[in-house]
Design a protein around this ligand. Sequence first.
Ligand code: PDD
Length: 280
Amino acid sequence: MIVYLNGEFLPLEEARVSVLDRGFIFADGVYEVIPVYGGHLFRLQAHLQRLENSLKNIKLQNPLTNEQWGEILETLVDRNNGGEQSIYLQVTRGSAKRNHNFPEQVVPTVFMMSDSIEAQPPSTGVKAITCADTRWQRCDIKSIALLANVLLRRQAIEVGAAETILIRDGYMMEGAASNVFIVVEGVAITPPKSQFILPGITRDLILEAMREAKLPCREANIPQAQLRSAQEIWVTSSTREIVPIISLDDKPVGNGQPGALWSQVWQIYQDYKQKLRANG
Ligand code: PDD
């Protein structure tokens, strides 16, 4: 695998960063995950805009222009043989003597790598659990400080579930690494953007595509009780696409099968990917 590190393309084994990198010492950095279909980056401008917002919120100047990001990302995709892959990129506040206060002048560390992406078969559904959201109050920043998310996801894995759905002050927020939609009386609902959820690119695309297809959807706060009585629950992310949850805390969701609206939206998503593969 070829990776990008601070201006250079090189094999993964040769990529090195300082142990004083603030990413390593403080998790002082932000990231993006961008899927690639047929060699084309999925919703690149939206990912770059979210990256810009994350950087602004942690007071780190964007080290590259969007044109430069685009060129480097496309080169990285090509160097890893195009096709279907997922690109991970991260920007940290560079290397400096350990101090909570960061220096004014920093040279950020810019790292990107490619990962394989599995062709997603129509899912037969997965289990999820709920947990109290133990994360901080700025979940809109795509921070590399993910220990809470890591531990929350682990709780699901330990009981044979695939995702943990997070509850804050009696309301459903999102998954440990995904956004969440529920279906109530035939309408898909997802929480509005706030500082408590990551503004998911997949989430936005689903809302956009549903509106275009005149399928009923809206953004609204979701009380825990509404989550528990939902006809359908889906989790969405760049790497998992749209996955139906068929059991929540060991109780069936709806009739315990992937729902009808999910399968319509899943198909729309597949068509969107197919268009991207064909036309870029
Ligand atoms: N995570 N919410 C959280 C907390 C996430 O970590 C993610 C994605 C999402 C979905 O965002 P998007 O649709 O833009 O992927 C929501 C990525 C995939 C990850 O950390 O690997």
